[in-house]
Design a protein around this ligand. Sequence first.
Ligand SMILES: *[C@@H]1O[C@H](CO)[C@@H](O)[C@H](O)[C@H]1NC(C)=O
Length: 193
Amino acid sequence: MSLALSLVTVILSVSLADLKVGFYSNTCPQAESIVRRVVSGAALSDPNLPAILLRLHFHDCFVEGCDGSILVDNGAISEKNAFGHEGVRGFEIVEAIKAELEAACPGVVSCSDIVALAARDAISLANGPAYEVPTGRRDGLVSNMSLAKDMPEISDTIQILKAKFMQKGLNAKELVLLSVSRASVLYEILVDQ
Ligand SMILES: *[C@@H]1O[C@H](CO)[C@@H](O)[C@H](O)[C@H]1NC(C)=O
């Protein structure tokens, strides 16, 4: 549990600049409850959802920060088509949440915040740690698969992994925390099944 919480702290601390908990409390008070409701509904039919949404959040944040760029469809060159993002799923859940949020509060809630909130809700639904997510991210407009060429790969040596994490301002300890906590979330989900 504390490892998973460290993961979240690491991811969030990378881009905390102007974010705050409850950013939408005036402009779209129901935002977080809408996210939670859609995620809860989707989790009923897919027990892997927490792992899927955590992975989507990690992959989004690792390339140019948590800016939703992995969601942007820009044709063949789209970041989501990068080799390093292979097997990343959960896009349709984010789209379903976005559609409800647009109906409730048009043009207010960013897709990058949806990804961060959805990962949080899915993890807590899987009996993982509950944590607050500062919001107010702006969505990136660039989606270019060449920006995702430095995603960590299973086949990477520890030296390569260290270099890739260091490029993102993450040290060796954070590399271990991220790897172990991602594994532990997956493990807990498998054990629950
Ligand atoms: C994508 O990134 C590469 C490498 O930085 C660049 O050469 C290319 O022009 C970019 N493509 C687009 C459509 O922005």
